[in-house]
Write a new protein. Structure first.
Length: 330
């Protein structure tokens, strides 16, 4: 299967990221979970090969992805890339820094030039890359002047270590502030990475999506399946090998009767549309005009195969929109 599929680009949609020249696959693969040193390498490799073969060109990493949080996802991705080096120019690879990474004041959660510069060098080494396509500041830091964070990202570009820069977990006001600095510096700032899904609509409440669309910034949306809730994973109980089954309490605590009833009704609408719930949830996020790509997580290749087919049905009728809205607004 791997790379035998010469038609892979016919099976995907590529969206321009904001008003930049960069196109991202509408579905991207994220490496937060299931790519760390506690996972099975052959499964990780198969997931990357499957994704690439299905036309996914965008791979989203961060310094702290993997379990434990020590760069193991980047290391494993580097190992996988060893067998795919000839395809480097067909891939868009992103990484980030900003959350806690190593001991002491320079690897702590922050946005300093010291941390971002050192971390990007470490990421490049782990993945054995000369440059990443997108380098993100992972989370807004109220204690570091935004000029310093912006300059650190800008410098990464000037040094040839990143082609574009992005921010993640920045709200509208924070995005507006750093955007002004990037514009003065002429930094290729093209993307904001927020969480967003049918079950988490803060970007709409905040107005970040409209702001991004108006200002030519693309949104790369994380956790579009609400970490697996918006799939058939939990409709008939909690599988042992699922994220909740493995003890993730943050989402596990939200899986109550009310949630299951909502998911069940959303699933009925998905079935009527001829989609899986996962596909409908991704189509719904992609139907927001500000969104360039959905960053999906996966624990097995089959989930990726299922999820990419969301692009076959991106349009919702007015009736479907109303029905979905009623369920989400309860
Ligand atoms: N910038 C940030 O702060 C930030 C934060 C979080 C994530 N991210 C990025 O976003 C990516 C995705 O995040 P996420 O993993 O939370 O995304 P998600 O797509 O909402 O959830 C992924 C999980 O859903 C389940 N799943 C996926 N497809 C399925 C299917 N077809 N059927 C059944 N279950 C399915 C799998 O869980 P099981 O393990 O249960 O199979 C999978 O691990 C991350 O890898 C990372 O790149 C960024």
């Amino acid at each position: 299967m791997y790379i035998a599929n010469e038609k892979r680009y016919d099976r995907m949609i590529y969206n321009r990221c904001g008003k930049s020249g960069l196109k991202l696959s509408a579905v991207s693969l994220g490496f937060w979970k299931n790519f760390g040193s506690s996972g099975r390498f052959d499964n990780m490799e198969k997931m990357v090969h499957t994704a690439f073969d299905l036309g996914i060109t965008h791979f989203d990493l961060a310094n702290n992805y993997g379990n434990p949080y020590n760069g193991s996802a980047e290391e494993n991705f580097g190992r996988i890339l060893e067998g795919m080096r000839e395809y480097r120019d067909e891939m868009c690879i992103s990484t980030k820094a900003g959350y806690e990474m190593w001991a002491g004041p320079y690897g702590d959660r922050n946005g300093s030039r010291k941390y971002l510069t050192a971390s990007l060098d470490q990421s490049l080494k782990r993945m054995e890359l000369d440059y990443v396509d997108i380098f993100y500041h992972h989370v807004f830091d109220p204690d570091t002047p935004l000029e310093e964070t912006a300059l650190a990202l800008d410098n990464a570009v000037r040094q040839g270590k990143a082609l574009y820069v992005g921010i993640s977990n920045y709200n509208k006001a924070q995005t507006a502030e750093i955007m002004k600095i990037f514009r003065e510096l002429h930094t290729p700032f093209i993307v904001n990475q927020p969480s967003y899904s049918m079950l988490n609509r803060w970007v709409e409440d905040d107005g970040l999506d409209d702001f991004a669309a108006e200002n030519g910034i693309g949104l790369a949306v994380f956790s579009p399946l609400y970490q697996g809730f918006l799939t058939d994973r939990y409709l008939k109980g909690v599988p042992e090998d699922s994220r909740v089954g493995k003890g993730d309490t943050w989402i596990g605590n939200q899986l109550d009767e009310k949630m299951l009833s909502r998911l069940g009704r959303l699933n009925t609408i998905a079935e009527r549309r001829g989609q899986k719930l996962s596909q409908m949830a991704l189509s719904w996020v992609l139907s927001n005009k500000a969104v360039a790509t959905v960053l999906i997580g996966a624990s097995r290749p089959e989930q990726i195969e299922e999820n990419v087919r969301c692009i076959d049905k991106l349009v919702f009728s007015e009736e479907e929109k109303r029905e979905i809205e009623n369920i989400l607004c309860e």
